[in-house]
Design a protein around this ligand. Structure first.
Ligand code: NAP
Length: 144
């Protein structure tokens, strides 16, 4: 019972106030308050990448992760690296990409991470990235 109350307090009683033309409206501050239930996969909207990949061994796999210089892409690269996947980050800003790589490797020295230039708005850049990746001889198991 105590656990249930603490769950309710944690997920439903954290709100922020939006002031709309109709007056102040309370909005839940956590997605878990809106989508608290786990789906058929056993995960919910508040599940983390680490939770979703718990127990998986990605050794021997290679993933290309686009948009890895920030946000969801960075977290995806970090967690795939944590699971032993060789991650090739496709980034349009190589300086930012190398910074992300350094941060990930500092946290996990075993992580295999590479940063390669890729601007998805340029077909020439996409072709060059594909050619460079092909010449690396790495397999492509995961494309994100
Ligand atoms: N389906 C869902 O439920 C859901 C939920 C959240 C997000 N999303 C989507 O997931 C994606 C990532 O979200 P986010 O919050 O992590 O966004 P973000 O922090 O803005 O990251 C976007 C990434 O894409 C890169 N990028 C943008 N244009 C590019 C281009 N032309 N070539 C190469 N890289 C490019 C950015 O690189 P720079 O660092 O160079 O700008 C950045 O690394 C977005 O498309 C978002 O809409 C989906």
């Amino acid at each position: 019972m105590k656990n249930r109350w603490s769950w309710i307090l944690r997920n439903f009683l954290e709100f922020y106030t939006l002031t709309l033309p109709v007056g102040p409206v309370l909005v839940p501050s956590k997605p878990a308050a809106i989508y608290p239930r786990k789906g058929a996969t056993g995960f919910s909207a508040s599940s983390t990448a680490e939770e979703a990949t718990q127990g998986l061994d990605g050794t021997g796999l290679t993933a290309i992760v686009t948009g890895a210089s920030s946000g969801i892409g960075t977290e995806t690269a970090r967690v795939l690296g944590l699971r032993g996947v060789h991650v090739v980050m496709g980034v349009r800003n190589l300086t930012a990409g190398r910074g992300v790589k350094e941060t990930i490797v500092r946290q996990n020295p075993n992580a295999k991470i590479d940063a390669m230039e890729l601007d998805l708005s340029s077909m020439a850049s996409v072709r060059k990235f594909a050619a460079d990746f092909k010449s690396s001889g790495l397999p492509l198991n995961i494309l994100m």
